[in-house]
Structure formats: structure tokens, C-alpha cells
Design a protein around this ligand. Structure first.
Ligand SMILES: NC(=O)c1ccc[n+]([C@@H]2O[C@H](COP(=O)([O-])OP(=O)(O)OC[C@H]3O[C@@H](n4cnc5c(N)ncnc54)[C@H](O)[C@@H]3O)[C@@H](O)[C@H]2O)c1
Length: 273
């Protein structure tokens, strides 16, 4: 289905990341992947010792999981908040002759969620608000911009981003600041669908996925009770990472005519409550 197609997969932290399931499925369907992970780049300055060791460990885990789960694929350090890092990454892909047929945006970060508890919105500072927006929403624009500027993202490509129902509804688990970033991510997806569809025949869609505790982000946010609750509320039960990967592959397929959609892969959770 994806023969001769190459996709950029962002957001792999380890083998349990949702993006890892997508990368595996791309390969299973005959496609190829370039994977990016968070690490220390030459564009990071004044990092504390703690931040440096966190980023180094993150990149080691990322690299090891790619080798173990996928095999020999191109990996690059990418911090989507660093303009120069994103530009340099796009240039590097161009220089290597990589042509992308799409990419997965699977990146989110919100420092107002700690130990499965969320700060009330009234206490969120401007910098906390902007940081979450930058990493989790604006990064979709920044990445698309540079991949297009350096002719890496090809006409007809498909962009897919990962969201959650909290973009539209107040949910029972700890999302406040992040809900706003997800709403922005979805709106950016829709605006890009129009802009890039007309200019480059490029599609852009977002998928709202079920609660999933297997990943680092999921585990930092959710409790077993949250997952059990959405399992019960969803007519088909919670969707699995494999269900998500199948849908991304469907949206990645060349020559599709689906764009500007906010899809639900959530076992029907969104129709309840
Ligand atoms: N886990 C869930 O329940 C769930 C549900 C719906 C949607 N999602 C979304 O799926 C996506 C992937 O999350 P996951 O659950 O697989 O967790 P994860 O922790 O495996 O992935 C989050 C990724 O974001 C990356 N990241 C954070 N800051 C970054 C930065 N500045 N630059 C580059 N990368 C950065 C992390 O390194 C990590 O790889 C996120 O957008 C998340 O909001 C998750």
C-alpha cells in the first residue's frame, strides 16, 4: 500500500509511544520511515545538567527502541521548539535527497500536568501557556513550513496529527492547558488542509485517540481509573494503538481525497457523556 513512500515519524520516545506503532505499520505496508527524537542538539544553549542528562537519556532510549523495533532507519535529533533545529533538519533531509510523502505529528508537552494532577487554568502562567502551545500546536506549522521550504515534503503528501477529545469537551481526566493546545492543533490542521491542499495538493488531518497509559505522556497524565472509565463509556471500548496506526496508514495512502478532518479513533467515546 505504501510502496516507494517515505514518512517522517515524530514523537517516538520508546517502544510504547503511539508513533512507534505507526512507524511499524508504515514499514509493514512497504513504506520507509525517518524518525526524530528529542535530544541535545547543537542549537541548545545554556542547558542545565539535569536537562542535558534528561535529553541524552531520552535520545538513547529513542535510538535503542528504533533499532530493536524497526531496524536500520534514519534517526535525527529534533526539538520542534528550536527554529534553527527544525530548519537544519529540513536542510539535512534535502541534502540527503529524502523526499517525504507525509509525516506524523505526535508531539505534546505540558508542564502544568504533574503527578497526574493539573494546574487550574487560572494559575497557568503566560510562559506555561506559550510553551505548551509552542511544543504541542505551533510545531505543526513550523515543521510544515521548513519541510516545504526545502522541498522535502512532496506534492500529494499527507500530514497527520494526534489529538484528543479534550480539544472540544471538558473531560474527566487532567487536561486544562493542554486542551487549549489540542484545540489549536486541530484548528491549525484544518487551516493547513485548505492552504496546503490548494497550493500543493497536500492533505492534513487530525485523529482524536482514546486514553492510553502505555506511553510516557499517557502514564504521566492518566490513572487506571481514567482508562477504565473511558473503556466503559466507549461503545466499542477503548481503541488500541494498533487501531490508531491502521487509521494513520489509511490517511497516509497516496492519492487520498480525505483532508481537513478531525477523526475519532476512540471506540465511539466521543458520542457519549
Ligand atoms: N496517550 C494518550 O492517551 C493519548 C491520547 C490521544 C492523543 N495522544 C497524543 O499522542 C501524541 C503522542 O503521545 P504518546 O501518548 O505516544 O506519548 P509519548 O510520551 O510516547 O510521546 C510524546 C512525544 O513528544 C515528544 N516531545 C516533547 N517535547 C518535544 C519537543 N520540544 N520536540 C520534539 N519532540 C518533543 C517526546 O519526546 C515524546 O516522544 C501526543 O500528541 C499526545 O497528546 C495521546
Amino acid at each position: 500500500m505504501l510502496k516507494n513512500q517515505t514518512y517522517l515519524i515524530t514523537g517516538i520516545a520508546d517502544k510504547n509511544s503511539l508513533a512507534m506503532y505507526v512507524a511499524k505499520e508504515v514499514i509493514k505496508n512497504g513504506g520507509s520511515v525517518v524518525c526524530t527524537g528529542l535530544g541535545v542538539s547543537k542549537f541548545h544553549h545554556n542547558l542545565s545538567e539535569r536537562a542535558t542528562s534528561f535529553l541524552n537519556k531520552n535520545f538513547e532510549d529513542f535510538k535503542a527502541s528504533i533499532t530493536e523495533e524497526l531496524g536500520d532507519y534514519q534517526t535525527e535529533i529534533l526539538d520542534v521548539t528550536l527554529e534553527e533545529n527544525v530548519e537544519d533538519f529540513a536542510k539535512k533531509l534535502q541534502a540527503k535527497g529524502v523526499r517525504l510523502n507525509g509525516f506524523l505529528h505526535a508531539i505534546a508537552m505540558d508542564k502544568t500536568i504533574r503527578d497526574k494532577k493539573v494546574k487550574p487554568l487560572l494559575d497557568v502562567s503566560l510562559s506555561e501557556f506559550c510553551d505548551t502551545m509552542d511544543v504541542s500546536a505551533y510545531s505543526l506549522i513550523r515543521l510544515s513550513h521548513y519541510l516545504l521550504r526545502y522541498n522535502v515534503l512532496q506534492p500529494g503528501a499527507s500530514i497527520c496529527s494526534l489529538s484528543y477529545i479534550a480539544a472540544a469537551k471538558v473531560t474527566f481526566h487532567p487536561y486544562r492547558n493542554m486542551s487549549i493546545a489540542k484545540a489549536a492543533l486541530e484548528r491549525i490542521t484544518v487551516e493547513l488542509a485548505d492552504e496546503l491542499g490548494r497550493k500543493h495538493n497536500i492533505r492534513a488531518n487530525a485523529i482524536r485517540f482514546s486514553t492510553y497509559m502505555g506511553s510516557k505522556a499517557g502514564n504521566a497524565t492518566l490513572t487506571d481509573a481514567d482508562v477504565a472509565k473511558s473503556e466503559k463509556m466507549s461503545p466499542l471500548g477503548n481503541a488500541s494503538p494498533q487501531d490508531l496506526a491502521n487509521e494513520v496508514i489509511h490517511l497516509f495512502r497516496p492519492n487520498g481525497r480525505i483532508t481537513g478532518e478531525i477523526r475519532h479513533v476512540d471506540g465511539g467515546y466521543h458520542i457519549t457523556g
